[in-house]
Design a protein around this ligand. Structure first.
Ligand code: HEC
Ligand code: HEC
Ligand code: HEC
Length: 130
């Protein structure tokens, strides 16, 4: 006797595989389109460019945990020494023409700036975390 659940799962997997070339390339084309329009940065990033493009959000979440839960404020990689802080990014990156440009294009809206400072803000009246 067939198990309905497995049959349904099989169909879903089959359709997902069929569609794969579309969703794989969709992501790639989008990224390459926007990448050349981003403001260039100086120095060396925390990790290499490709890794950063994919995982910077994970890095920032790790950093939050390191700083807030473990009191670790310095971070060493083969590219150098970094302060464990969102403000570290502004040493080399322009918020509007780098972070926000890509986020807008990719339709991502990080909520961090309700509390954290970024250089595009007018923060004279509010005490952001710096
Ligand atoms: C509701 C307010 C709030 C929001 C929203 C928020 N944070 Fe924070 N964050 C804090 C506070 C408070 C600290 C502790 C500051 C300290 O001890 O230096 C902190 C600390 C951090 C730190 C380590 C220290 C530093 O100064 O950067 C990182 C990294 C961080 N948050 C990342 C993020 C990211 C990424 C987001 C968005 C996805 C985010 N936070 C959203 C309040 C917030
Ligand atoms: C010492 C300078 C420096 C610091 C600090 C730095 N970056 Fe970078 N970052 C670079 C450089 C150089 C590149 C290579 C690409 C370029 O020139 O735009 C890069 C690349 C990236 C990329 C990939 C962009 C792409 O075109 O694929 C992301 C995402 C990124 N950084 C995010 C961050 C975040 C988030 C922080 C803060 C935690 C940070 N960077 C801190 C210098 C830095
Ligand atoms: C090349 C494109 C690109 C650049 C440049 C970029 N980001 Fe992102 N960022 C993304 C994408 C795409 C996501 C969503 C990833 C996901 O949801 O898995 C994201 C997610 C995030 C998140 C997590 C949001 C959340 O609510 O979980 C944070 C925080 C973040 N980016 C911070 C930054 C900062 C700070 C910079 C600039 C220093 C930056 N990003 C530059 C593409 C980029």
């Amino acid at each position: 006797m067939y198990h309905k659940g497995y049959v349904a799962l099989g169909i879903v997997l089959f359709l997902a595989l069929l569609a794969m070339p579309y969703w794989v390339t969709a992501g790639k084309i989008k990224y390459e389109e926007i990448e050349k329009e981003l403001a260039p940065a100086k120095g060396k990033c925390v990790y290499d460019e490709e890794w950063m493009a994919k995982y910077h959000m994970e890095l920032l979440k790790d950093w939050r945990e390191l700083a807030v839960r473990h009191g670790v404020r310095h971070y060493h990689t083969e590219n150098g020494d970094f302060n464990v802080s969102l403000t570290e990014c502004w040493k080399c990156h322009d918020y509007n023409n780098f972070c926000a440009k890509c986020h807008n294009f990719m339709d991502v809206e990080p909520v961090c700036w309700e509390c954290h400072y970024n250089p595009s803000m007018n923060y004279s009246t509010v005490n952001y975390i710096k």
